[in-house]
Design a protein around this ligand. Structure first.
Ligand SMILES: C[S@@+](CC[C@H](N)C(=O)[O-])C[C@H]1O[C@@H](n2cnc3c(N)ncnc32)[C@H](O)[C@@H]1O
Length: 215
């Protein structure tokens, strides 16, 4: 992604921040923010811990962790999204790219999530390494992989077959403990929300991967 398109994306998310939760849930039928944390809570099987929510946006993907008594640190590069996230009880919020050095301690998180963001990530193996650095031994990670689609060219996002993405996962560092598939989002609905009639119609499905850092 060029720095221009990165800036555009950051601005885009800041622009829609105040409407994001309503649009994502009611218009786009988004459910990743529930599916991924629900599975992680089931796998973690304790009612406490420290969570790192990468690309936390307005905070949707952190809500179940707050409700379950976890401490959560969020990072997102969009100032508008972070402003909305401030209404939630984050231990700390950082406004920066998750593709840069992460400003949190190594080996300190029980759970790391990165939900709804791999569409925009340039170097997935590098981000997986950064996640590994931040997890404690035995810590869990939950991510959403946008499944292969020609939206890749028309919308300028990244999509993958699950088999291709799984090649990025270093099996000496992580075990794949679960995988689930579910609906992601539709660009047609996004177009309606933005009042853009010319946006090509694509449906993005997610393949969620759940990884455990080797002890
Ligand atoms: C579709 S939203 C998902 C937000 C949240 N995780 C959720 O599930 O509701 C994508 C988020 O990724 C953020 N984002 C995209 N690229 C990023 C990057 N390189 N670093 C940090 N945040 C990024 C955007 O600002 C936006 O908040």
């Amino acid at each position: 992604m060029t720095s221009d398109s990165k800036d555009n994306r950051r601005e885009f998310f800041s622009k829609i921040a105040s409407e994001y939760d309503k649009c994502a849930i009611e218009r786009l039928g988004y459910e990743a923010h529930v599916k991924v944390p629900t599975k992680l809570l089931e796998l973690h099987n304790k009612r406490q811990g420290l969570v790192l929510d990468l690309a936390c946006g307005t905070g949707l993907g952190s809500l179940l962790f707050f409700e379950s008594g976890f401490d959560v640190i969020g990072i997102d590069f969009s100032p508008g999204m972070i402003d909305v996230a401030r209404s939630h009880p984050y231990k700390k919020l950082y406004c920066q790219s998750i593709e840069d050095t992460l400003p949190v301690e190594d080996r300190s998180f029980d759970i790391v999530t990165a939900i709804g963001v791999w569409e925009f990530i340039e170097d997935p193996p590098r981000l997986l390494e950064r996640i590994w650095d931040k997890l404690i031994d035995g810590g869990l990670c939950g991510i959403t992989i946008p499944k292969q689609s020609d939206a890749q060219n028309e919308l300028g996002i990244h999509t993958y077959s699950p088999e291709r993405f799984i090649q990025f996962v270093d099996k000496r560092r992580f075990d794949i403990v679960d995988e689930i598939d579910f609906y992601g989002w539709e660009s047609g609905h996004l177009g309606e929300v933005l009042g853009e009639t010319g946006l090509p119609h694509h449906r993005i499905d997610y393949h969620a991967l759940f990884l455990r850092k080797h002890k």
